[in-house]
Design a protein around this ligand. Structure first.
Ligand code: COA
Length: 165
């Protein structure tokens, strides 16, 4: 493996916000974000986010935060992996690095929301639950008509835990 193949993981800074915005925009079905939203993910929420780089290029990112009223829950907001870096376990590495962060010291559960048809996303979280030897439960969290005005599919919440990080 040459140096250019090595993927480095680190917490982001605000300087990564624009690259993240472009990576998310290029990778449907993720909801595209405003640049401002990505800047907040890379600054206010940097301690619970992980970015992956090959050389200078951002090739992956997992954003998230600890729920303000439940300090034992990491909410995984979005995961994105560049198509050229998929199938190598990078999405799982990103989430495991989130969990290993100092800011997740008290975390025993992970939540996320995904649409029923996002097979890749279900695959990632089922695999994570297996690795963490934790239960995975789901319920409908944001509903198409009630919360999205009919323009976006239901978002199901996945709850994984308890686990030891
Ligand atoms: C979803 C995504 C992040 C996966 O990235 P990745 O680095 O290829 O995922 P990993 O290699 O870590 O795979 C982890 C698990 O998910 C499964 N998986 C990955 N892509 C899958 C797919 N398209 N369909 C079904 N399962 C899939 C893998 O088989 C693996 O499971 P295993 O450990 O049982 O073999 C990537 O495809 C992506 O960025 N998609 C577009 C954005 C998106 O939908 N994001 C939501 C992600 S939560």
């Amino acid at each position: 493996m040459s140096d250019s193949d090595t993927v480095l993981l680190r917490h982001p800074t605000a300087a990564d916000g624009y690259a993240l915005n472009q990576l998310v925009a290029a990778n449907p079905p993720l909801d595209p974000n405003s640049i401002y939203c990505n800047l907040l993910q890379c600054s206010h929420f940097a301690d619970t986010a992980i970015a992956a780089f090959k050389g200078e290029q951002m090739v992956g990112f997992a954003s998230g935060y600890v729920l303000p009223k439940e300090p034992n829950v990491l909410f995984v907001w979005q995961i994105v992996v560049d198509p050229a870096a998929r199938g190598l376990g990078l999405a799982k590495k990103l989430v495991k690095a989130q969990l290993a962060s100092d800011a997740c010291e008290r975390v025993t559960h992970m939540h996320t929301t995904i649409t029923p048809d996002n097979e890749a996303s279900w695959g990632v979280f089922k695999s994570l639950a297996r690795d963490l030897q934790a239960e995975l439960n789901s319920d409908v969290y944001f509903e198409k008509e009630q919360h999205f005005g009919g323009v976006h599919d239901d978002e199901h919440r996945l709850v994984i835990g308890p686990f030891k990080r």
